[in-house]
Design a protein around this ligand. Structure first.
Ligand SMILES: [Zn+2]
Length: 266
């Protein structure tokens, strides 16, 4: 009986103690920290290699104008001034004309030049020449210097346009260089046959040997004391340039004169 009583007393004491807890005791509110101070959960660092970005297709290139192919071996010193091995179409023009079957000069020793020149009309013209490879670059520079100084050269096409007829080409005042032929009145090859000579404005600067004048139409120009802007003489730019490059002028020859003629001699 004693133990029952003790248990009851214990229960009552416990009930009393729990009921006596002050209900009004303020609840302590833990201060809430600023949100910014809350440390975000760190993003786990991947331990594997990052996935490579997908390969993007290269941007579509903007089409550029198709460049003009440069012929093999072409050399250009300025716009309009080029030299190159003799192109096939030029060989066809030359064949059996300035380049006969018995020509001993291989095409490989020759070059085709395109140059600009100022005509007697004061306009710019396209000119063409075939010369020996030995003088090709020098001729290009001489022609460029003449052009820049507006030195008048009336016409400059291949002598093949006259069927390699020198008289016809000279009478038309055509300036030209290579032509496989002998020196007039001899059996000796001309320096023109090697592409080492060039004739400038031949109608105004004839070949004169005694009573013989070529071209015949140039007879009125044999008196070199006349004042004519197309005559080549020692004060002339043409003379100065060619002799600077080591050429000989036919106007300096003894015996006969070839005022149109410059060539390179050993
Ligand atoms: Zn000549």
């Amino acid at each position: 009986m004693k133990s029952v009583r003790f248990v009851l007393i214990a229960i009552l004491v416990m009930a009393f103690l729990s009921g006596c807890a002050p209900a009004s005791e303020p609840v302590k509110i833990e201060p809430v920290e600023e949100a910014s101070a809350v440390q975000p959960t760190p993003v786990p660092v991947p331990t594997h290699s990052p996935t490579p970005a997908p390969v993007q297709a290269p941007p579509t290139p903007i089409p550029s104008p198709t460049p003009t192919p440069t012929p093999e071996g072409m050399m250009m010193i300025a716009d309009g001034f080029t030299l190159q091995p003799i192109p096939e179409d030029v060989k066809q023009r030359m064949q059996d004309k300035s380049y006969p079957d018995d020509c001993t000069v291989p095409y490989d020793d020759l070059r085709y030049l395109r140059v600009l020149h100022v005509g007697f009309d004061g306009e710019v013209h396209d000119g063409e020449l075939v010369v020996n490879v030995q003088i090709a670059e020098d001729i290009l520079h001489i022609m460029k210097a003449l052009y820049e100084e507006k030195y008048p050269i009336e016409k400059m096409v291949l002598i093949d346009d006259y069927d390699a007829n020198d008289e016809a080409s000279m009478t038309d005042n055509n300036s030209s260089a290579f032509c496989y032929r002998v020196v007039k009145g001899t059996g000796t090859l001309s320096n023109h046959a090697l592409g080492l000579a060039i004739d400038i404005n031949p109608l105004y600067n004839p070949y004169v040997n005694g009573d013989r004048v070529e071209p015949e139409a140039a007879r009125i120009h044999t008196d070199r004391s006349q004042d004519n802007p197309y005559y080549i003489h020692r004060d002339d730019l043409c003379y100065k340039l060619f002799t600077q490059y080591g050429f000989t002028w036919g106007g300096d020859w003894n015996g006969y004169k070839d005022y149109q003629h410059f060539d390179l001699r050993d």
